[in-house]
Design a protein around this ligand. Structure first.
Ligand SMILES: [Zn+2]
Length: 266
């Protein structure tokens, strides 16, 4: 059953596009436009995969036959995977128990920047902004509407301007950690801010350090380390009580248990 989460919207659009078995340029533009306008949808599978593929395709401003064929294949694969994921998820490698998971949990705090100065500019979307990377404030509409009330050093405070600025200076910040560093780079590359929620927790397990963000949103975002300094993002849908289309981190039992537990506690 498809609900109305950002992810479901992407899947619905993909199904509509594949209905006639032909992918045309208009449909490609429609998909790109949808993902540009729906940040949440572009963050989780399959929006993240599509968004990345489309960004590469549009880099040179030309949509070649080869690129159309590759996109068509990608979209078909996604539809197939989504159909399979409608089957219930089997928790084969992480039995649920009543024991608390073996995790050290530390709240992520955005490192402080010494001697920060206000910085003004106009971004590539034409929006003027004045940011202060010291107290994590910005004058942009996104910051004022979604982030101003979040805790002072929360990861959720970072609009795309603060994200880009912190990413620029991150090497100089002694309190920087690997998941945050990856997140800043990835968000900056996409021209986006962070998930605008209250809580950002670092989970230390035998599998390394993962980052989970959640709060007043139907979604938890989960970053798990897959290689040295490389992370992968997963989504957990609280409204539907399941991982996004059955796509959950492989391994990372305690992390998954923690995220699923958040729903019970809510
Ligand atoms: Zn901003």
């Amino acid at each position: 059953m498809l609900g109305s989460s950002p992810q479901d919207e992407t899947i619905k659009l993909v199904s509509r596009i594949t209905e006639d078995g032909v992918l045309d340029t208009e449909e490609v533009y429609e998909l790109a436009e949808f993902l540009n306008e729906n940040e949440q949808a572009a963050l989780v599978w399959p929006g993240d995969v599509l968004h990345e593929a489309l960004s590469t395709v549009f880099e040179d401003g030309v949509l070649s036959d080869e690129e159309m064929a590759a996109l068509g294949q990608l979209i078909q694969d996604i539809e197939k995977e989504a159909a399979e994921a409608e089957l219930p998820t089997v928790w084969d490698d992480a039995p649920m128990t009543n024991k608390p998971p073996a995790i050290d949990i530390v709240e992520l705090t955005i490192p402080t920047v010494a001697n920060a100065e206000k910085k003004s500019g106009t971004d590539d979307q034409g929006e003027a902004f004045t940011l202060d990377v010291g107290d994590l404030t910005c004058s942009c509409a996104d910051w004022i509407s979604k982030r101003a009330d979040l805790p002072a050093r929360s990861g959720g405070r970072l609009c795309r301007h603060l994200t880009a600025e912190l990413n620029r200076i991150k090497e100089s910040l002694p309190e920087m950690n690997a998941p945050l560093s990856w997140l800043l780079g990835e968000r900056t590359q996409r021209g986006k801010g962070t998930h605008a929620v209250e809580y950002y927790n670092l989970l230390m397990t035998d599998d390394g350090t993962s980052l989970v963000s959640f709060g007043s949103s139907n979604w938890a975002h989960v970053l798990v380390p897959i290689e040295e300094a490389v992370y992968e993002r997963y989504g957990y849908d609280f409204a539907e009580g399941r991982w996004s289309y059955g796509r959950h981190p492989v391994g990372f039992g305690p992390v998954r248990q923690y995220v699923q537990q958040l729903q019970t506690d809510a």
